[in-house]
Ligand binder design. Structure first.
Ligand code: EPZ
Length: 421
């Protein structure tokens, strides 16, 4: 298992290119199942999660070619589709459940393994099931697999989501594009990745309105045709790298960044004393003065503060002037980075879904362990500011969501290297 060694203290200077969004690409790829014609994605990120989704789609009979060093994914499913998504692949990545809606719409049946829980929470699928059953599917859980059938095809329906679930919105949206009649999804997720999926489906001939409003209306069509679609910029990678100069000092420009992608996050950075300037190429980020100030953060569904940036923000606030309160409202167990940051000298008190962080002058480098994707990158960020050397182990978590992170940070002056073991 690889590790990464970070030596703290160097202020950063230069530019970091932002890749295509992992969480957009992971829902755009299963959309290829909705048409027998080719779907090509450009600006695709080169991540292990994308490789896992590629493996899953190929196991279902799709042809997926990774071109231009992984930046282009050329996919087609013109031949017979296998409708069983195997546990061995699904257990590696929860987003595998996003083949459920497209398979039901295309084949009228699907057998998809339940993903199982993960480090940050139980990750149930009741909202996916509720929505697809409303479209006329029958779904039962047997031997850890969801057995779904839509005899006679799917029919449009009015669906209200108890929670604005990103994945459930995506599964229901994709299925509804080929259902007979009209579907309305209320309290739908509004994350930019949903907007990117809707844009791609419209390019394939789907009739969709309202994806930015929380109420999505879909007129089902008989078939979808092929398309070429460019994956939206990754707002979570963007926010993560904006914190690098905030934590380590210096000034970095994030190419492809736009404030609109991270509005709520930028408001908190401003309150903490970080300047964000929109340029014609991206976002320029620097600390306004010496030490950052404490701010309170509450994660919410979009357009609120993203849960996927909570761990990274905590790393910044560990060295802030004052005490910050971070409330995690989306997942039940998303503070596993806290004990690791405490090994570096952070002062954090976790009570249920609330973490109270009292800033210290300087963190101290230490050996720490990555537990999940975003927790692991918060340790890298903390290492950039810490005194001495931080060794982050189990960085396979990192490679799921960050493309060549040590190269991107080294290019702006960070002292960081990967150790293969
Ligand atoms: C997506 O996960 C993202 N993953 C997550 O990013 C992100 O943290 C999450 O949305 C929230 O923004 C991808 O897009 C691949 P949810 P998803 O359904 O769709 C509960 C990362 O780091 N819920 O919006 O699985 C659920 O337990 C990953 O890139 C139900 O109760 O998230 C959670 O508490 C981590 N029943 C809340 O809703 C359901 O049927 C939000 O989950 C589904 C979800």
């Amino acid at each position: 298992m690889d590790s990464i060694i970070v030596k703290g203290g160097a202020p950063l200077q230069g530019v970091i290119p932002i890749a295509g969004a992992k969480n957009a690409c992971l829902t755009l790829m299963p959309a290829t199942l909705l048409s027998e014609e080719p779907l090509t994605l450009t600006n695709a990120p080169r991540l292990s999660d994308i490789a896992t989704m590629t493996e899953l789609l190929q196991s279902l009979g799709a042809e997926v070619s990774s071109l231009q060093d992984g930046r282009v994914l050329a996919m087609s499913t013109h031949q017979k589709i296998n409708h069983v998504a195997d546990y061995d692949i699904v257990r590696k990545m929860r987003a595998s459940n996003l083949v459920l809606g497209p398979l039901l719409a295309r084949e009228g049946q699907a057998v998809v393994s339940m993903p199982g829980g993960c480090a940050i929470g139980a990750r149930p699928m009741d909202l996916h099931i509720h929505g697809l059953e409303a479209l006329g599917a029958t779904i039962e859980l047997k031997d850890g697999y969801l057995h779904a059938k839509a005899v006679g095809g799917l029919k449009g329906a009015k669906i209200h989501l108890r929670v604005a679930s990103v994945g459930a919105t995506e599964n229901i949206l994709m299925a509804a594009t080929l259902a007979k009649g009209t579907t309305v999804i209320s309290n739908a997720a509004r994350e930019p990745e949903i907007g990117d999926l809707a844009a791609c489906l419209r390019a394939m001939g789907a009739q969709i309105e309202g994806e930015a409003t929380g109420t999505i209306t879909i007129q089902g069509v008989d078939r979808l045709h092929g398309a070429t679609h460019s994956v939206i910029a990754d707002r979570i990678e963007l926010g993560t790298f904006m914190l690098a100069p905030a934590i380590a000092g210096g000034e970095v420009e994030l190419l492809g960044g736009r404030i609109a992608l991270v509005q709520a996050f930028c408001e908190k950075l401003d309150a903490a004393g970080i300047s964000v300037e929109e340029t014609d190429k991206g976002l320029k980020v620097a600390r306004k003065n010496g030490r950052v100030s404490a701010v309170d953060v509450r994660t919410e569904v979009f357009p609120g503060f993203p849960t996927d940036l909570q761990a990274q923000m905590m790393a910044l606030l560990c060295t802030a002037e004052g005490t910050s309160v971070l409330e995690e409202t989306i997942f039940e167990n998303r503070f596993m980075h806290a004990p690791e940051l405490m090994r570096m000298g952070a002062e954090i008190d976790v009570q249920g879904g609330v973490a109270t962080v009292t800033g210290v002058d300087r963190l101290k480098g230490a050996p720490v362990m990555a537990t999940d994707l975003r927790a692991s990158v918060s340790l890298i960020l903390a290492g950039l500011a810490a005194e001495g050397e931080t060794l982050v182990s189990r960085v396979y978590h990192l490679d799921r969501g960050y493309e060549r992170i040590e190269e991107k940070l080294r290019a702006v002056g960070a002292s960081i290297e990967r150790v293969h073991s």
